[in-house]
Structures are given as C-alpha cells and as structure tokens.
Design a protein around this ligand. Structure first.
Ligand code: NAD
Length: 418
C-alpha cells in the first residue's frame, strides 16, 4: 500500500486519522480498515487527437470505503494528478460523507492531463474513453462520480451518455453534477461555495461576528471559489481579495463580485481587472481578514508560509489546502481552521440530493435545495463545534473524530473488523 500512501496529502490524512482515532479510542481493527482504500484502479485512456493520432493518457479511480453506501467522489483532470493524491482524496470522501451523515462511501478519480492542452472535441473523446474503461466499476448503485478540478457539468453529461449507451438505456444516476436538463439538481453548481459560506457564517457566529461586518479573501475562482465569493458578496460581506492561477486582485473596500465574474468570463481570468490592485497568491494568503478561504489546490498553507497567515478564521474550500503541521501551528496561535471534510461538504450534499431526485424522478426547486443544504451544513458545523469544545481539540481533529465514530459504529453493526 506504500505507493498509495506515500504522497504528502495522504500522509497528512493519516496523521489526522491517527490523532482522531486515538482521541476516541477507536477499535484498532476498524481504524486499520479505515486507513486504506478498498481498491485502486489504473486504466490507460486512448484518445484519437484532432490530428488523427492516438495518444494514451493515464486515468485512476480509487474506491476507498463503502460501509455507509455506494462509493461517491469527484473526477479531477489536472497535470499533477497521481495515484497517491487520488487515493488521499478518496479517503477524505469517506470521512466527509460519514461526517455529513450521508448514506455514501468514498471514492475519487482523475486523469493526469492539463485540460487546457485539449480541444473540446478531444476532451469529449477523452471523457468517453475514460468512462468506457471505468464502466465495469461505476454505476448508480456502485460508484457515482462528480465534477472536481478541471471537470464540469459538461464532462458529466458526456459520461452519462457514454455509460447509458453502453448499458442500453438511460442511467441518469451514474453521475452527479449533471446539467439540470438531463437529470441534474438545481443548486449543484454553486453548492460547494454556498456550503463554504454557510459554515463561515457559523464560524463567525461562535466568535460573535456577522457576515455583513466581515472581510473575506478567497484563493481560487473556479467552481468553489467563485460561488463562495458571490454568496459572501450577496450576504454583504466585504470580499477584499480573490485569486486564480494567474494571480490575485485586491480592493480594500470590497470587490464587486458579479462584475469580476463577468470580467473573468470575458477575459478567461481575473488578471488585469481594473477596479482592483494586483496581488500575488502569497500576498493573498497573508492578508489580515476575518476569513481566508483557500479554494484552489492542496498544500497551499504549509510550513513555508504558515507564519505569514493573519486571518482569524480559515475555511478550507479546497481539499487539503492546510497541511497537518500548519493546522497545529495555527491552532496554537488561536486561528480556527474549519476543515475540508466539513467546509467543502456542500458539493457532495447536493450531489446526494441529485442522486435521490434521479432515483424518484421528482425534482426539487432551487429554494428547497438551498434550505436542505443549509440545514445539513449548520447541523454538521454544530456537531463538530460541540465536540471540539468538549474535547478542547481543534476543528480538524474533531471533525475526523465525529466521522470515525459514525464509521466505527456502522462497521460494528455490519460485523466488520471485529
Ligand atoms: P476548478 O478547476 O473549478 O477551479 C480551481 C481554481 O483554482 C481556478 O480558479 C484556478 O485558476 C485556481 N488555481 C489553480 N492553481 C492555482 C494556484 N496555484 N494558485 C491560485 N489559484 C489556483 O476546481 P474546483 O472544483 O473549484 O475545486 C477547487 C478545490 O475544491 C479542489 O481542491 C477540489 O478538490 C475541491 N472541491 C471541489 C468541489 C466541487 O464541487 N467542485 C467539492 C469539494 C471540494
């Protein structure tokens, strides 16, 4: 299993699992089962490129645990994707789904590819080829992929079509994060960002602060960061800085987020936005704000830059953006880190709603989705907060402890690991 666990992200995950497991005195056999994935699938993904030549890419799907229900987790298309990172993210999905009390297990997948190097037609053929290779392992009752970095509702639509064609009839429940027109749920696109803001409201409230009196900086302006910024703006928070891969923009009076969204759609990035100063990603992470939300990639706040952080609260929109070492350091300094498995759970909550709606063929309004999401995010925050207050531990260990307790109980009931 070393090749799966050797990456920095997996090592961070294992440290947290060990700390939390010790805290709740979890059964050691259960802990052992919960650390490692059930299976890791590697496939070659041949694609006919526009120049008519076949090129082969490497794809992965790691299925971590299905004690609570079918495997569930996103698909990432990015040049840095590797099997250990995918495995770590699959483990985080198991813990996240348990923490949120969803009847789902954990999985993750991806292809090592820079999506910007492919044309749209190449991207479609890549997605279809990958779906065919994964065909025997996924399905509405087995393993349900969703979008992540570098994938979108369009990717899910192609996957749905390929899987359904090969299966023989429509299988809408095979993926979530689909367009609404073909069985998607209202509110899925914005769900992760919205969830980030719901838990931010809660984190502020335990410090007797309100959204409308707060300043926020957000790293990443993709599916998570953009919607988090937009929701914070709607709630009258001052979003003073955001960034993407091209760098950051800062306005001490607050950015006009809808205007910035229009600008970034027109120009392909936020670079050069006129109503703001340019800052680097490093400068953004060091801003003195009430909330800093890293919503891009993992290991953004680590040993090398943790001492620069001046935010009061960090809300992890991305998976694994604050390393284990940095979390301990920030906790000592009195900075609350709301961990990924809680903070970015909104996406999988609405994915779960989508899956349920596809099963019963009855679809909810955007307001219903939002209300139900808010209930789950608020409740999950309260559970973790209460645990952390009682145990005097940080929110990351507390979230993991709550999650492991549920998993341990389920494993015991199913007669596993005893
Ligand atoms: P995305 O591809 O839509 O957006 C990523 C954003 O990060 C882009 O704006 C990109 O420019 C920016 N970025 C990339 N490298 C950067 C860098 N070095 N510095 C600053 N910005 C950089 O991806 P996403 O779906 O928004 O996912 C972001 C994170 O959130 C990932 O860790 C993902 O696993 C996690 N997440 C996503 C979802 C979801 O529903 N999409 C759910 C849970 C967790």
């Amino acid at each position: 299993m070393d090749f799966l666990t050797e990456g920095e992200l997996y090592q961070n995950v294992l440290q947290n699992v060990d700390k939390a497991g010790k805290l709740i005195e979890i059964n050691e056999n259960a802990l052992e089962r919960l650390k490692y994935p059930r299976r890791a699938i590697t496939v070659s993904v041949p694609v006919r490129m526009d120049n008519n030549k076949i090129k082969t890419f490497t794809g992965y799907r790691v299925q971590h645990n299905q004690t609570l229900g079918p495997f569930k987790g996103g698909l990432r298309f990015h040049q840095d994707v590797n099997i250990s990172e995918v495995a770590a993210l699959s483990a985080l999905m198991t813990y996240k789904n348990s923490l949120l009390n969803l009847p789902l297990g954990g999985a993750k997948g991806g292809i090592t590819i820079d999506p910007k190097t492919l044309t749209e037609s190449e991207m479609q053929r890549l997605t279809r080829s990958f779906t065919s290779e994964l065909g025997p392992f996924i399905g509405p009752d087995k393993d349900i992929p969703a979008p992540d970095v570098g994938t979108s509702s369009q990717t899910m639509a192609w996957m749905l079509d390929t899987y359904s064609t090969e299966f023989g009839f429509a299988q809408t429940g095979v993926v979530t994060g689909k367009p609404v027109e073909i069985g998607g749920s209202h509110g899925r696109d914005s769900a992760t960002g919205l969830g980030v803001i719901f838990v931010s409201e809660k984190a502020l409230s335990v410090q007797n602060k309100k959204m409308e009196d707060s300043t926020i900086a957000i790293q990443g302006f993709g599916k998570v960061g953009l919607h988090a910024a937009n929701e914070a703006f709607k709630l009258n928070a001052k979003v003073v800085a955001v960034s993407d891969v091209s760098g950051g923009v800062y306005n001490k009076n607050g950015l006009n987020i809808p205007d910035l969204i229009n600008y970034s759609f027109k120009n392909g990035s936020i670079k050069g936005y006129p109503e703001a100063e340019t800052i680097s990603n490093d400068e953004l992470l060091a801003l003195d704000v009430d909330i800093l939300s890293p919503c891009a990639l993992d290991n953004a706040i680590n040993k090398s830059n943790m001492e620069n952080v001046r935010a009061k609260i960090i809300v992890e929109g991305a998976n694994g953006p604050v390393t284990s070492e940095a979390t301990s350091y920030l906790h000592e300094k009195g900075i609350m880190v709301v961990p990924d498995i809680l903070a970015n759970g909104g996406g999988v909550v609405v994915s779960y709603f989508e899956w349920v709606q596809d099963i019963v063929w009855l679809f909810w309004s955007a307001e219903e989705v939002r209300d139900k999401l808010k209930t789950i995010m608020y409740r999950s925050f309260d559970t973790v907060w209460d645990f952390s207050q009682n145990s005097k531990k940080d929110m990351r260990i507390s979230a993991m402890a709550v999650s492991l307790q549920r998993l341990e109980k389920a494993m015991k009931l199913r007669g596993l690991a005893w």
